[in-house]
Write a protein that binds this ligand. Structure first.
Ligand code: PYC
Length: 325
């Protein structure tokens, strides 16, 4: 019987399952007692991710898919950092594969490290497969993530989707690739989650004909909560919608606002999610002439389970039910 220790948390409603014990020694998991060999100690998070994808993808499926998880669950595997002066490396994954960065997940990982007594208030660096992120644990449990440099690649790309008015999409990088659309009718975001998933999937199919790197869609409309600047619905790659405002998605949004000169550095932008939770975000310039920003996202996460996951040899679904991957 294979077992793992996982700590579940949620950040603004979006779950993160951090694996703290049981990862294979070869991947150099956080709970592994094995001393990494010299060669393994030098592996980057991206190289460890490729090792996991090629050899241990069943761990991903077991840990985030049904019957233990769901389409909305994001997994975070802590691994040794390539640079030993950094706190840890993190591999993010979901029901269909792997994520570059994950903003809500990073906030969940920091709260998990605090819960485990491995992080005190202050600043640290985490390595992800798309770059380093600075994390700050505040005294009141809030966490700020300074995300990877983010930018808009395409402005107002016209897209035609059957049965919809002509739409304009910005394509932007915030640690993952996003297609961002201001809803032509503010009532769109009053639709049910199922309707908005279906609408976003139709939009994504058209966008991917020319931009296959894009795997997240963000629809924006007016906020419902006082103090928020905008409300969004975010479709994730595996067909689930983000219950939080999406950290990498909010970073992409800030990159577009900065490029359009609609937001200035160090001005707080409050992004509301579909379920009414919110993130506080701001940016500083990383490379102003090229429109590249360094966005920061602040929120809180709560640990809501500390459990042992068991994979029984006789259980036909021990390694998850995979209908999508
Ligand atoms: O917060 O960056 C994020 C995220 C990506 C996918 C789900 N959440």
């Amino acid at each position: 019987m294979k077992s793992f220790r996982v700590i579940d948390s949620h950040t603004a409603g979006e779950p993160t399952r951090t694996i703290v014990q049981g990862a294979p020694d070869e991947l150099g998991g956080f709970g592994s007692d094995a001393q990494p060999s010299d060669a393994s100690a030098r592996l980057s998070v991206k190289e460890r991710l490729e090792l996991m994808r090629g050899k241990y993808d069943h761990y991903r499926r077991a840990l985030v898919n049904e019957p233990r998880g769901s389409d909305v669950m994001v997994g975070a595997l802590l691994v040794p950092p390539q640079d030993p002066t950094k706190l840890a490396g993190v591999i993010y994954f979901n029901n269909v594969g792997y994520l570059g960065m994950c903003g809500h997940g990073t906030i969940g990982v920091v709260e998990t490290l605090r819960y485990l007594g491995r992080m005190k208030p202050g600043r640290q660096i985490l390595e992800t497969c798309v770059g380093q992120v600075q994390v700050q644990l505040h005294d009141d449990h809030r966490v700020t993530v300074e995300n990877v440099p983010s930018y808009r690649a395409i402005k107002r790309m016209p897209i035609s989707v059957d049965g919809l008015p002509e739409l304009h999409a910005d394509i932007a990088w915030g640690g993952n690739w996003f297609c961002l659309i201001e809803c032509p009718d503010p009532k769109w975001l009053d639709g049910t989650a199922a309707d908005l998933v279906e609408l976003s999937q139709r939009i994504l199919a058209v966008v991917r004909e020319t931009n296959p790197e894009v795997d997240h869609v963000e629809l924006f409309g007016p906020p419902k909560s006082q103090g928020c600047d905008s409300r969004s619905f975010v479709l994730c790659p595996g067909g689930a919608y983000d219950r939080s405002p999406c950290g990498t998605g909010t970073s992409a949004k800030l990159a577009c606002l900065a490029a359009d000169k609609k937001l200035t550095p160090a001005t707080v932008w409050r992004q509301e999610s579909y379920i009414g939770s919110s993130f506080e975000a701001e940016f500083r310039w990383h490379d102003e002439p090229h429109g590249v920003i360094a966005p920061s996202i602040t929120s809180r996460a709560f640990v809501n389970a500390d459990v042992q996951v068991l994979c029984h040899e006789e259980d036909p679904f021990a390694w998850g039910i995979s209908t999508k991957s």
